[in-house]
Ligand binder design. Structure first.
Ligand code: SRM
Ligand code: SF4
Length: 583
């Protein structure tokens, strides 16, 4: 046992959080999950297992709208589960897509939810169907382990290749990171895939070479961005990589650390934080530095208070200098100063685009990431028909959209006829505001939501679109994001217009985020209802149309005109070397 494993395994300290104790006694994530699944008297799991099942990729939820009625009838809440499918770099083959589409109907609530971390979620799965669903997902050669829990989650990677020639190489690195940090416990196979218990019957201790028995103190998120697109919002991740190209070749990555968004109302010790630039590494050294950062967090993160356990707090508590020295020591080398780079946007590109590899990419807007067949828009059907003939792949974006990727000239003709049949190309010509919108799931499934987000933002945008059109701004790209609570799942703090739900129908309004993902927005007004939101935004939109500088972004305009003070901005490499910095 290593020194740090020893330190973590002594989880008897009464100050340790409950979750630490659960992890420590779980025998590498087994707990009593099997017994909980077999218990037919309830639709829920034992308390401790509700924590452990997250590491296996599922969350116990309940239908919140039915809560009071079921209570009146003396019934337990209507429990069901959300399952998150891990999709490294967001890439899904057409065959996998067809199977996932089927799973949505066979086991779940008939929808697929594309998430803000390039994963796919199913909702409404009852306990008795959990095992079959996870098996069906694994049959597609995708999995759910480490999609949630205190581990490195689904690794994100830019999906808009544009004119970059290094795209495939960077995607391969995302997969390598994802696999390297996947937990090694055999509990997942044992519980869900009917693999025999290790050592022929008795569960013996597995070995987790990176994490040890108690895994990380908190979730850990990694993303890669390929400039000029910051479509993965790289600075909001615990660990980030910015691909650096020279003459069409990947020469390495600028590494970032310490980003994160989750906060809690009324707890000033929690805050969103943009990542710092740590330095430049060659591709050969990138994994080593990543491991050093993960191990730093494993050994130093707060295991008593989960509210302040993310890497961002560990760095701020111990100091950036301490962090830097520690990770250099672990990695065995000092990275070079960060290289110059420039981001253009955090959004996706829609419609057909021929990329540097000579193939076509089709960006499709999916409102709120929710894929289902609506009366006038048969989105699931369209993607199913495409998957049946598509020879490239699909890419889920970090903005909850989807790209049909690697399409040849001939295939494009076939796909175009499907798109025309269902009017999809017209649909993606939405207003600039809608095209750049993100909303978290919130109600009805999210147990932490104070207010609506995914189900409400589209109708708010309907109203804002009228005002934008009156001011000649219908096609202006403006980022707008809404979440139902301050956990930040839709990354609202980085939007030009951000909403965070405080209570049913009431939102805090934040303005002035950087269009390229380099600056947080600032609180403008609190507890607004819809009427007040419209009243506050109407004159600002009018003034933006009249007074903006040439091509000035909405977020920059509201800061320049003093509506809000500028929020925290990404800082240059800590060595503050003279760089051509343009984010
Ligand atoms: Fe999230 C918890 C949904 C991206 C910060 N998030 C949750 C849970 C699981 C609620 C819960 O714990 O019971 C939500 C499930 C809702 C549901 O019914 O599906 C949930 N988070 C989501 C998704 C599905 C939002 C979406 O609409 O796309 C995203 C899934 C990502 C994925 O595929 O892995 C999602 N969550 C994020 C992001 C954005 C990101 O990672 O880029 C953040 C902010 C970045 C960050 O982590 O700092 C985020 N989620 C949180 C937090 C706050 C963490 C913190 O540091 O305090 C929680 C609550 C927690 O962990 O205690 C949370
Ligand atoms: Fe739920 Fe809050 Fe995340 Fe929205 S931001 S999905 S309400 S935890």
């Amino acid at each position: 046992m290593t020194q740090s494993e020893n330190k973590n395994s002594s989880a008897t300290n009464s100050k340790l959080s409950e979750v630490e104790k659960i992890k420590n006694s779980s025998r590498y994530l087994r707990g009593t999950l099997k017994e909980s699944l077999d218990d037919e008297l309830t639709g829920s799991l034992a308390e401790a297992d509700t924590q452990l099942i997250k590491f296996h990729g599922a969350y116990q939820q309940q239908d919140r709208e039915l809560d009071s009625e079921r209570k009146r009838q003396k019934l337990e809440p209507l429990y069901s589960f959300m399952i998150r499918v891990r999709v490294p770099g967001g890439i899904i083959t057409p065959q996998q897509w067809l199977k996932l589409d089927q799973i949505a109907d066979t086991y779940a609530s008939g929808t697929l939810k594309l998430t803000t971390r390039q994963a796919v979620q199913f909702h409404g799965i009852f306990k008795k169907k959990l095992k079959k669903t996870i098996q069906a997902i694994n049959d597609t050669l995708l999995d759910t382990i480490a999609a949630c829990g205190d581990v490195n989650r689904n690794v994100m990677c830019s999906v808009n290749p544009g004119q970059s020639l290094v795209f495939d190489e960077v995607q391969a690195f995302a997969k390598e990171l994802n696999d390297y940090f996947t937990p090694q416990t055999s509990a997942y196979h044992e519980i869900w895939l009917n693999k025999k218990l290790v050592a022929g019957g008795e569960p013996v201790e597995d070995f987790e070479p990176i994490y040890g028995k108690t895994y990380l103190p908190r979730k850990f998120k990694t993303a890669i961005a390929v400039p000029p697109y910051n479509d993965t919002d790289v600075f909001t991740n615990d660990l980030g990589f910015i691909a650096i190209e020279e003459d069409g070749k990947l020469i390495g990555y600028n590494v970032t650390a310490g980003g994160g968004l989750g906060t809690t109302f009324g707890m000033p010790e929690t805050y969103p934080r943009l990542a710092d630039l740590v330095g430049f590494v060659t591709p050969e050294r990138a994994l080593k530095l990543a491991e050093a950062i993960v191990l730093f967090q494993k050994d130093n993160g707060n295991r008593e208070n989960r509210k302040i356990a993310r890497l961002k707090y560990t760095i701020d508590r111990l100091g950036f200098d301490f962090f830097i020295k520690d990770i250099y020591k672990r990695a065995g080398f000092e990275p070079e100063p960060s290289k110059p780079f420039a981001f253009e946007s955090t959004g996706d590109r829609y419609g057909w685009e021929r990329a540097a590899d000579g193939l076509w990419y089709l960006g499709l807007f999916v409102e709120g990431g929710r894929l289902k067949d609506f009366e006038n828009l048969k989105y699931r059907t369209v993607l199913k028909e495409i998957a049946q003939i598509h020879t490239g792949d699909f890419r889920v974006t970090a903005n909850q959209n989807i790209i049909v990727a690697k399409v040849t000239d001939n295939k494009k003709i076939e796909l175009d006829s499907i798109l025309q049949k269902y009017g999809i190309l017209e649909y993606i010509k939405k207003s600039g505001l809608r095209r750049n919108s993100v909303a978290c799931v919130a109600l009805n499934t999210c147990t932490l939501a104070f207010a609506e987000a995914e189900r409400y933002l589209p109708s708010l945008i309907d109203k804002l679109e009228i005002i934008l059109a009156e001011n000649g701004l219908a096609n202006e790209d403006i980022t707008i994001r809404m979440t139902g609570c301050p956990n930040g799942c839709g990354r609202p703090w980085i939007a030009e217009i951000g909403f965070i739900g405080k209570a049913p129908g009431l939102y805090n309004l934040y303005l002035g985020g950087g269009f390229t993902g380099n600056r947080f927005n600032t609180l403008y007004r609190e507890m607004l209802n819809e009427e007040q939101i419209i009243a506050e935004l109407t004159p600002i939109i009018f003034s933006y149309a009249q007074n903006r500088n040439n091509a000035e972004r909405f977020g920059d305009f509201v800061v320049r005109n003093g509506y809000v003070k500028p929020g925290p901005t990404v800082l240059p490499d800590y060595r503050k070397l003279n760089m051509n910095f343009q984010i």
